[in-house]
Design a protein around this ligand. Structure first.
Ligand code: ATP
Ligand code: MG
Length: 334
């Protein structure tokens, strides 16, 4: 309402100024004409309009007219741009408040549930000292997987805090094929019912980067592929070297991601849907961490639909940029 009022008021003032300027011009023109006729310098309108005095008056009038119109246009444009920016900022703020709320809800749940279940296991063991060995084994397995979850969560939180301040991507030489092999083995062991198809070409160059970070990249993509799929789950991972880039692809046959969501999933705390309707648990930090680490290694990440269903994430890491550091180091050393 205030902006509409300002627009109307300013339009009114501009029109008024425009008319005043025109009236002043007409009045000055009349006075000048009367003066000149009295002096006998001109006899009619045609001759009057040729005089330098009239020409100067007219050009002053025109300059002022354009100035008024120009200033009105600049003011209206800046008001509209300001309105657009305020609106955009407002929506961003609303969205980030919603994400923070979702994050708080999910983090509380993510922290509470493994702690509660570990506590339950420990209490059961304390109370019932004569547990069957199989049951004891199962309880221990559950407790260990809960500590694993907690560990992952704390790591994600620390890594995301570090990414904002002091992340050091270039630390050591890494054999990516060995790293991905190891992760796929772990995933196969952790999820025996899921089919992991894995292909890599033999000549992946070494990269210079952060091993923990790149491990987290591959793990996050694979864990997402598992989490957002329904049985029978088939996850394809492909590692190859193409032109100057090392390419890692993770494709699943899961629930997929709608096109309108694709641009948000890399935002911090962003999760598709909301906390009340969503079946899976998580913090929305995973893909943010992935994207930031890849960016720090000067790589790219894209997401697209897999066929016939599911999602495909593709990461490229420039082998030259990363091994370039390695060459510089060995040059320095020599
Ligand atoms: P976290 O990884 O921190 O435990 P999360 O998995 O919800 O939580 P992200 O990994 O950042 O968070 O993923 C963001 C959102 O993107 C997810 O909530 C999910 O909706 C969507 N998403 C990510 N990967 C996939 C996938 N492979 N298939 C379908 N949806 C996905
Ligand atoms: Mg995730």
């Amino acid at each position: 309402a205030v902006i509409a009022y300002m627009l109307l008021a300013f339009t009114w003032w501009s029109v008024l100024l425009y008319e005043k300027n025109r009236d002043a011009f007409y009045a000055k023109r009349e006075l000048l004409l009367i003066g000149m006729v009295a002096e006998g310098r001109v006899s009619g309108q045609a001759a009057f309009q040729q005089t330098p005095e009239f020409q100067e008056l007219q050009s002053k009038y025109r300059a002022q007219k354009y100035m008024i119109m120009g200033e009105a246009a600049v003011f209206v444009a800046s008001l509209l741009v300001g309105m657009y920016l305020i609106n955009r900022g407002y929506h961003k703020e609303i969205q980030s408040a919603r994400q923070r709320r979702n994050f708080l809800l999910s983090i509380t749940h993510e922290l509470k549930s493994p702690i509660a279940s570990i506590q339950l296991v420990l209490e059961t063991m304390k109370r019932r000292t004569t547990l069957k060995p199989e049951l004891k084994e199962r309880l221990m397995e559950n407790a260990l997987s809960d500590t694993d979850r907690l560990h992952g969560l704390v790591n994600d939180l620390l890594l995301s805090a570090k990414l904002e301040t002091a992340y050091q991507p270039f630390q050591e030489h890494i054999d990516l094929s060995e790293l991905v092999d190891g992760i796929i083995d772990k995933m196969r062991h952790k999820y025996p019912k899921i089919k992991f198809v894995y292909a890599q070409d033999g000549n992946i160059p070494m990269v210079y980067g952060d091993k923990t970070g790149l491990t987290s990249v591959a793990l996050n993509l694979l864990e997402n592929a598992v989490k957002y799929s329904t049985p029978p789950i088939r996850i394809e991972t492909n590692l190859h070297f193409q032109t100057d880039d090392i390419v890692l692809e993770v494709a699943d046959n899961g629930i997929g991601i709608e096109d309108k969501e694709k641009k948000y999933i890399f935002d911090k705390f962003y999760r598709v849907g909301n906390e009340d309707t969503r079946k899976t648990k998580g913090t929305g930090l995973g893909l943010y961490i992935v994207a930031e680490i890849v960016r720090a290694h000067k790589g790219t990440i894209t997401v697209q639909d897999n066929h016939p269903q599911g999602t495909l994430f593709r990461i490229t890491l420039p082998a030259r940029a990363t091994t370039g550091q390695q060459e510089q180091k060995s040059l320095k050393a020599s």
